[in-house]
Design a protein around this ligand. Structure first.
Ligand code: SF4
Ligand code: FES
Length: 364
């Protein structure tokens, strides 16, 4: 039975993008190129209603993200509200605006987990790619405070052409800081990262080295630290099951209240994404045309339609298909069976570039 024919399950998780404000300017940011300004952000009452609706709908986890979610002064109240509803609460943060008192207050409000990003192991390149002086030192200090507070810590290590040579040291650093989990994530090429692809995409040799480094670290840290590894799908034979399939497990809410099946969905033309200010979350999940658009397998073209992987990877990523082919209904070009796979081969053959476009409001 296809997912579209099966009974619709509730979403597992809600990603609350509280704001696009952020003191960092990472050139691989997953936010859209067109950033939402502070004036357009949802107010706290609306966020609280959305969280209440999420819990009723069956959502189990809420991930507070951004931008930088700590830029919202009402973050504490949102965490308290979510925790009071029984939701598992995770804060995805750069950490640079956190201190001991705020961490203690967040823990007291019921925060379950913190995911802290690191751009590098060395200060100079880490600060440079974040365009924030002192970021690395601040993050190390905040990691120690998180652990001292007794909050479970995941270190999120974003890797790319410029820092992959230091991956082993980055993992050592994260383990030394007390992370219980380390996520090594290659940059994913949408939005800002796609604009910077020629400067960030690793070589095949770098990728093979990184695979070896992760294997070795997993062996060394077995039983102490869990290492998750997100590979760059440009080198894969088959695409990732993006978001575990469109409209199957996740809801993203943008700072202005647009409900999306994934962080990049707004790039797809011709879909009117619903707003939480106008409809309830359950109506959006169960009845919106936007969430139904690529749910299941009925929308698929060949070769996906008759492929035995169609309920494994769900045809890959719609936003990547759009970004690379101009058509979100095409098979994800990452797949070697896709008619557009030559686009990936061409990207891998592109000459490397040095200059970066940093994530800034005024660039849009
Ligand atoms: Fe997945 Fe489609 Fe490729 Fe099959 S043809 S592996 S369903 S992307
Ligand atoms: Fe939108 Fe993959 S990021 S479907």
């Amino acid at each position: 039975m296809t997912a579209s024919a099966a009974a619709l399950e509730p979403p597992l998780a809600l990603l609350a993008e509280l704001t696009h404000r952020c003191p960092l300017q990472c050139p691989y940011c997953s936010n859209p190129r067109a950033l939402v300004t502070r004036a357009a952000e949802l107010d706290i009452a609306t966020w609280q209603r959305v969280l209440t609706e999420a819990a009723k709908l069956g959502v189990l986890q809420v991930h507070f993200s951004g931008g930088e979610p700590t830029a919202r002064r009402d973050l504490l109240d949102l965490v308290r509200h979510a925790a009071g509803l029984g939701l598992y609460t995770n804060l995805i943060t750069s950490g640079v605006q956190l201190d001991r008192a705020r961490l203690a207050a967040l823990a007291d409000a019921g925060l379950d987990h913190i995911q802290l990003s690191f751009q590098d192991v060395d200060d100079a390149p880490g600060d440079a790619i974040a365009a924030y002086d002192g970021a690395q030192a601040k993050k190390r200090a905040v990691a120690a405070l998180v652990v001292a507070q007794g909050l479970p810590l995941t270190a999120n290590l974003v890797v790319h052409r410029r820092n992959l040579g230091r991956l082993a040291a980055m993992i050592d650093m994260a383990a030394g800081l007390g992370a219980a989990r380390i996520e090594v994530a290659h940059a994913q090429y949408y939005g800002w990262a796609l604009a910077n692809r020629a400067a960030l995409l690793p070589t095949r040799a770098q990728l093979e080295d990184a695979d070896r480094v992760v294997d070795a670290a997993r062996a060394t840290l077995k039983g102490k630290v869990v290492i998750d590894y997100v590979t760059p799908d440009y080198y894969a034979r088959r695409p990732k099951a993006c978001m575990s399939g469109w409209g199957r497990r996740f809801i993203n809410i943008t700072p202005e209240g647009k409900a999306l099946p994934c962080h990049a969905a707004e790039t797809i033309p011709g879909i009117a994404f619903p707003f939480v200010t106008r409809e309830s979350l359950s109506t959006i999940w169960q009845s919106s045309a936007a969430f139904a658009r690529f749910r299941g397998t009925a929308w698929m073209p060949e070769p996906c339609r008759s492929c035995d992987q169609r309920e494994v990877d769900w045809g890959g990523c719609r936003c990547q298909a759009l970004a690379l082919t101009g058509d979100a209904t095409r098979t994800d070009p990452v797949c070697t069976l896709a008619p557009d796979h030559t686009l990936i081969e061409a990207a891998l053959a592109d000459p490397a570039r040095e200059e970066l476009t940093f994530r800034r409001f005024e660039r849009v």
